[in-house]
Design a protein around this ligand. Structure first.
Ligand code: SF4
Ligand code: SF4
Length: 364
């Protein structure tokens, strides 16, 4: 359970022990992607030939089984997870057979049309309608969309035809939230080019009952210089804070939103949300350090070679030691938010009152 683990972690921190329990697992179902976003530092179709290929379905299932021995909450991400040919089977396996209590999917939204079509057909037979498709397997669906302005989307390399499809898919998916029991949020990267259209995106979310989470474009793990020196950027984030106080669906703690403006260093606890690569390698202690290489991190252990999560974790710690005790090398939301919430219990409680748990903040 996440809340007791959260409390145990808090107790450990009061005693100066930073070896915290992980709370949510993030599995990169695939590194392949059908888009090529300008700011993507990991994946994108330009890298499809260089990145790890998808494992066999049976191996992917085994990886999920090992993850389940340590977690009840799972994020599936990519690349573009809906580009994985067996993503439906994997999600159904996670939810129905492994019985993860929470499953969240993060997607670029371009390939959702088929799932929406299946849902439409099912719903057309109202007498027997029971949601049984992709949407009903999820607790959270997170769609990446940086703007609703086609010119701004073009600037981050989303062509017009795909941009229109994504926006339409989002409108349709938003209508299914209640009947299918999932929450929809948009994950927007603010770039210097999309900044002026952020107000419209905010209004779009409020009109369609969608949560919005925001990250500044990152360059070498740090927020884009043109943003952090921009008055327009600061004014937008201040507006977001004011709207959140009035109840707008903003997925972001006040500490995080403040950090977006002033880059206050935060204490990072990277192991709260470990990342597992498609072929089962655990990126330890976090993806940025694993990518950087060196003594402190790397691909520590493959889940296909262990019996359970505890064994994987202990192997990783033996290989690279405990996670760093101080690091301000990046401001990535997916690491910063869980860390901030773990360190600020009052704010965490305030977020929980609004239905947002720590495991909500682990996309990417
Ligand atoms: S959709 Fe995601 S993974 Fe694909 S290129 Fe864009 S940011 Fe990268
Ligand atoms: S700040 Fe970034 S690089 Fe440093 S430990 Fe946290 S996630 Fe890893």
């Amino acid at each position: 359970m996440t809340f007791p683990s959260y409390l145990r972690n808090l107790f450990k921190l009061t005693r100066g022990n930073r070896d915290l329990a992980s709370l949510v697992a993030v599995y990169y179902a695939t590194m392949q992607c059908n888009l090529n976003c300008v700011y993507c530092e990991d994946f994108g179709s330009r890298r499809n030939g260089q990145v790890t290929q998808n494992p066999l379905l049976e191996d992917a299932k085994k990886i999920l089984r090992v993850i389940r021995t340590g977690f009840s909450r799972l994020w599936i991400t990519g690349g573009e997870p809906l580009a994985h040919p067996q993503i439906g089977e994997l999600l159904a396996y996670a939810r129905k057979e492994l019985k993860f209590q929470e499953v969240s999917l993060i997607t670029n939204g371009t390939l959702l049309s088929e799932s929406l079509q299946v849902d439409k057909l099912e719903r057309s037979n109202l007498s027997t309608f029971k949601p049984s498709n992709l949407f009903s397997l999820l607790n959270r669906l997170i769609i990446s969309l940086d703007s609703i302005d086609l010119t701004a989307l073009n600037s981050v390399s989303l062509p017009n035809a795909q941009a229109k499809t994504v926006i339409e898919n989002i409108r349709e998916a938003a209508k299914l939230q209640k009947s299918h029991g999932f929450k929809l949020s948009l994950n927007a990267v603010i770039t210097p080019e999309t900044l002026s259209s952020m107000d419209d995106l905010l209004n779009f979310c409020m009109e369609n009952n969608i949560w919005l989470s925001l990250s500044p474009q990152s360059v070498n793990n740090l927020p884009h210089y043109d943003l952090v020196t921009s008055d327009e950027y600061r004014a937008f984030i201040e507006k977001v804070v004011a709207l959140k106080k009035r109840g707008a669906p903003i997925l972001g703690s006040y500490s995080y939103l403040k950090m977006l403006i002033d880059q206050t260093p935060y204490e990072c606890f990277p192991t709260l949300a470990p990342r597992i690569m498609p072929d089962g390698w655990l990126a330890y202690p976090c993806r940025p350090m694993e990518k950087a290489g060196g003594e402190q991190g790397g691909l520590a252990v493959n889940l296909l070679n262990v019996k359970n999560w505890d064994e994987a974790w202990s192997n990783a710690q033996q290989r690279y030691g405990e996670a760093p005790t101080s690091c301000v090398s990046c401001f990535q939301q997916c690491y910063a938010e869980p860390s901030l919430m773990q360190a600020h219990p009052l704010e965490y409680l305030r977020e929980r009152v609004h239905g947002v748990d720590l495991s909500t903040y682990a996309p990417g």
